[in-house]
Design a protein around this ligand. Structure first.
Ligand code: HEM
Length: 551
């Protein structure tokens, strides 16, 4: 038998036969792929009994059907339409997704990080552009990185940042004053750009003791922010490319102009990150900075991580590349999120002059320009306004998790399946996406009251709000999510937002600029304000600003 098998087959391949085989593969390959992606996957889907829209397109599935639903009500309206808190629909190229407003299911998915990873395509993309940092690693690597990073994001470390938040907030005030016309009139200012600059300066100082302003090149640009922005634009500018790259991160290895641009910027970013980490390490080694000193120096995230790393056991340490990778992570996670939240806050204050006046009255009642942390945190209306902004306009409107293994998701309330039977759990196959609809849950009238779509900081006067606890790390809101991947920077973001709002509301008055209407737009991960009719200009927040001291 073995001798027979080792004999060459008595077939001689002629060029004609090779040609036929190639044609057969070209014809049959796509057919086989089609049958696998569509009828086969649908037939073998363990949750095929769930209700949901039938795919409208082979390639896009139901994405347009889902995308056409109003923002903030996207998944809520689907679940209403199909009378089931959990629905299924097909996404891109045959990939099935589950969306759920069932709190037990959401909680389960967010907490079971061994079974549910962040979207693998997205993790791959982030890893390629910023390295293997906390934003894109899972399981043991995530736990290890997070343990070290926690030392920099705990309450004590973040509270120590207060003086720096004040300095940056007053720097913002000086910048806005420079932009104002000298005659005391209102001036139109794009406050989003103002906040982006401030948030970047804050993350530079707090994250890695780096001053963007001080490190400018001959062209007047900061090389780190230039490399970072080039990389992000390279990733997100072309919407079609974003889709391709998030499914196949390997697309960034192809020698396209875009991929070369991203790789070039990544190399610059890596080089600067290495220099920054080396400088922070040298400072620690020289003991130039003592943590006891009454200064912010030496308390930035990277310095604190380096110190925590030194005292950790070898297996618990972050590698050199991982520490350097946190710089990109901080710039990615900590800049636009806070800047966007501040922009939404400003827009709500513009659209609600009574609320703006009430908030101003409160912040003006504080005698000190730079109140203590305790005083800032004890301002009830400021707290309610921040809470309401993050509820109604969470910078991340949703997060997606992907099943890393075949698993089961329990439901708090059974749903009626297509076969008319009740389902109390959902069996899920590896690779299925699960959407956590932050936006929708933050606007659920059952939790937040009948006026959940309205900006109303007074809703928290009612101690029974929120009526149900979401799996949340702060304020009962899903905005920073809950579970082991909850926002590492939530304390940081809250203090930053409060300090900046305190300063801007105390010093400036905001009013609408003409008849502009604003809309919510999520071209990538973050939901930003755009001006209706000027969507091509991208995110912006042009509002009229007047200095109060000029009155
Ligand atoms: C209003 C501002 C912010 C909001 C609404 C926000 C929200 C979120 C959300 C929803 C996640 C989970 C993402 C996911 O797992 O898919 C997240 C993760 C994260 N955020 Fe924030 N964030 C904000 C500001 C910040 C700031 C200022 C920093 C840093 C200084 C930061 C650092 C991080 C990090 C490192 C993670 C990854 C945590 C992990 O996976 O373990 N965030 N954030």
């Amino acid at each position: 038998m073995s001798t027979l098998l080792s004999q060459p087959l008595p077939i001689t391949l002629t060029p004609l036969m090779v040609g036929y085989a190639a044609v057969a593969m070209l014809v049959l390959g796509p057919i086989a792929l089609y049958l696998y992606l569509y009828p086969y996957t649908a037939f073998t889907l363990p949750f095929k009994n769930l209700r949901g829209p039938d795919p409208a397109s082979g390639f896009f599935g139901s994405l347009f059907t889902v995308g056409s639903k109003p923002i903030g009500r996207r998944y809520m309206s689907l679940t209403k339409e199909y009378d089931a808190s959990t629905v299924r629909f097909r996404g891109l190229i045959g990939r099935w997704r589950i969306a759920s407003t069932d709190i037990t299911a959401i909680s389960h998915v967010l907490r079971h990080t061994g079974q549910w990873h962040r979207n693998e395509g997205f993790n791959g993309l982030i890893a390629r552009v910023t390295g293997f940092n906390v934003l894109c690693v899972e399981d043991e690597a995530h736990r290890r990185q997070r343990r070290i990073l926690n030392s920099a994001f705990n309450g004590t470390s973040v509270n120590a940042m207060m003086p720096m938040f004040w300095e940056e907030a007053y720097d913002l005030k000086a910048n806005v004053n420079k932009m104002l016309k000298g005659d005391g009139d209102d001036t139109e200012i794009d406050m989003l750009q103002v906040y982006i600059r401030t948030a970047m300066d804050i993350i530079g100082r707090a994250g890695f003791n780096y001053y963007f302003e001080k490190h400018k090149g001959k062209d007047g640009e900061n090389p780190l922010s230039k490399a970072f922005n080039d990389m992000i634009n390279g990733m997100f500018e072309n919407k079609r490319l974003v889709i391709v790259q998030s499914i196949f991160p390997q697309a960034l290895d192809m020698p396209t102009a875009n991929a070369k641009r991203v790789a070039k910027s990544r190399a610059v970013l890596d080089g600067i990150a290495r220099d920054i980490v080396n400088s922070r390490r040298a400072e620690i080694a020289r003991d130039k900075i003592s943590l006891d000193k009454d200064s912010y120096e030496g308390k930035d995230v990277i310095s604190l991580c380096l110190r925590a790393n030194m005292s950790a056991s070898e297996r618990d340490r972050m590698t050199e590349a991982e520490i350097e990778g946190q710089i990109g992570a901080l710039m990615l996670a900590g800049n636009e999120t806070s800047a966007t939240a501040l922009s939404w806050a400003t827009l709500h204050l513009v659209q609600n002059p009574d609320i703006q006046a009430k908030l101003r009255e409160e912040v003006m009642s504080v005698p000190d320009d730079e109140p203590s942390l305790e005083t800032l945190n004890s301002l009830p209306y400021l707290d309610r306004c921040v809470r309401e902004v993050l509820r109604l306009d969470p910078p991340l409107p949703q997060v997606v998790r992907t099943a890393a293994v075949d698993c089961v998701v329990p439901l708090g309330k059974p749903v009626l399946g297509r076969d008319g039977k009740l389902m109390s759990e959902i069996h899920v196959s590896k690779g299925t996406d699960f959407i956590v609809p932050i936006n929708d849950m933050n606007r659920d009238p059952r939790i937040w009251g009948d006026d959940a779509d309205t900006f109303n900081p007074d809703r928290y006067d009612d101690a029974s709000i929120p009526r149900t606890q979401l799996p949340s790390v702060w304020g009962g809101l899903l905005s920073f999510i809950g579970g082991p991947h909850h926002c590492l920077g939530f304390r940081f973001a809250l203090l930053e937002i409060k300090a900046v709002l305190f300063v801007v509301v105390r010093n400036f008055e905001f009013a609408p600029s003409g008849e502009k209407e604003f809309a919510r737009f999520s071209p990538s991960i973050i939901q930003r304000p755009v001006v209706v009719g000027q969507e091509r200009k991208g995110m912006q927040l042009p509002v009229m600003v007047r200095a109060l001291s000029a009155e």
